[in-house]
Design a protein around this ligand. Structure first.
Ligand code: AN7
Length: 402
């Protein structure tokens, strides 16, 4: 059993209430389980396949979930990049290997399942792209309509293609993501659609399983550090929340240092950490090539700042050049294709090692959040086009300079 609890004033609400913010103080809600009554062991989990649903005792869904087989993503040892940076225990959890190509699927399998259990019959979100692609797919699977609001002209091609093809009603607003989120929130409250942005407490429950899986894949070992790209700061908050549950259950005895990486042009969380601010100052005009994290007013900042501070972690910004450079390195030196925002986590490790903030002995798990094919335009811009030749062997040998 669980209740919804305000992250700020601890007011409690019954789980069946359709509520995204505390009625007393307006802050976000989180799912709180009666962990003392929970009969679950690592052995029970390890008998199930690696997936979001391996951990179902720590998820709010009661019945059969709406699933496309999310989670169970590979954890790659980055031997080549690790050697270059001087960190031998560097890993990447490739969330691009989820059904729609990003970690959002972990949230949506839980979020859309809850929408149905709560009797909601339509869903909506604002998105920098991946949330909309994922919501569209899971709404299609569930057989319910979805509305998605995107910042016009600022969403990577593959993500728009997915949202359209899966049949969502796709609206592009002349404004940024932060404005789109305000609008869709109002729409959901006034017209009864179910809001599946990361203000939704149930969606984040699915995303916390990234941390569970990574620990399982390391043979039960807690890494020294988790590094995640930060946009709305939902994912880093979710992973930390999951770890607090494992800790309460006695399954882990320490916390990894939670580390958030933002783009230099969209870095309100980094500023808050560096300046020791209690509250974040929104950036009205965020800009970065990593459009997934082009977010100026992260709604989960309160939780993310606490996660970073309580675990002795940190936050850092990387430039667009560093992001794209690491996207190429991951592709060419490790065979791992990710979108720019995802490369930010590994680029952040490189920068923090160089600055002496990260110790080279640390065991580090970077979450790489979305697939390379999400943003083909940014890929093509970085690479020379194919060499076109006449269809004969002489031309081929000449093109290959053989
Ligand atoms: C690839 O799709 O916000 O810090 O609307 O797509 O939990 O927001 C995407 C975010 C990192 C940041 N990497 O995660 C959206 C959206 C990728 C992403 C993030 C996003 P949060």
């Amino acid at each position: 059993m669980y209740r919804l609890v305000c992250v700020h004033c601890a007011a409690e609400y019954a789980p069946e209430q359709i509520l995204y913010t505390c009625e007393r103080c307006g802050h976000l809600l989180t799912v709180s389980y009666a962990l003392d009554d929970l009969a679950v062991t690592r052995d029970v989990w390890s008998e199930r396949p690696l997936s979001v649903w391996r951990y179902r005792e720590l998820l709010p869904v009661q019945g059969e979930p709406v699933t496309l087989r999310e989670g169970g993503t590979p954890l790659y040892h980055l031997r080549s990049i690790g050697r270059e940076i001087g960190v031998s225990e560097l890993y990447a959890k490739h969330e691009g290997m989820n059904p729609s190509g990003s970690f959002k699927d972990r949230g949506m399998t839980v979020g859309v399942s809850m929408a149905l259990e709560l009797g909601m019959r339509s869903v909506a979100c604002a998105s920098t792209g991946n949330t909309s692609a994922s919501l569209a797919a899971y709404a299609a699977k569930a057989g319910i309509p979805a509305v998605v609001l995107l910042p016009a002209g600022k969403v990577a091609l593959g993500k728009v293609a997915q949202a359209l093809m899966h049949g969502a009603r796709v609206i592009a607003i002349r404004g940024n993501f932060d404005r789109a989120l305000e609008m869709v929130h109002e729409l959901c409250l006034s017209h009864g659609l179910y809001l599946l942005n990361s203000v939704n407490p149930f969606r984040l429950e699915g995303q916390k399983t990234i941390g569970f899986e990574a620990i399982d894949q390391l043979g039960g070992c807690v890494p020294d550090r988790f590094v995640l790209p930060v946009g709305n700061a939902g994912n880093i908050s979710a992973v930390y929340k999951g770890l607090t549950e494992l800790h309460t259950l006695g399954m882990i005895d320490r916390y990894p240092m939670m580390t958030g990486i933002q783009a230099a042009g969209a870095r309100p969380v980094v500023d808050a950490i560096e300046q020791g601010l209690a509250e974040l100052v929104p950036d009205p005009d965020p800009e970065t090539v990593a459009t997934a994290i082009r977010i100026g007013a992260p709604v989960n900042a309160e939780k993310a700042l606490a996660a970073i501070r309580k675990t002795g972690g940190t936050a850092a910004a990387v430039t667009d050049e560093e992001i794209l450079g690491m996207q190429r390195d991951l592709a060419r030196k490790e065979g791992i294709g990710v979108e720019p925002a995802s490369a930010a986590s590994v680029a952040g490790v490189r920068a923090l090692v160089e600055r002496g903030v990260i110790d080279r002995d640390e065991r580090i798990v970077c979450v790489v959040t979305g697939h390379l094919l999400k943003d083909p335009e940014t890929v093509v811009k970085q690479c020379a086009p194919p060499v076109e030749i006449d269809a004969d062997l002489r031309s081929l040998l000449s093109a290959l300079r053989l």
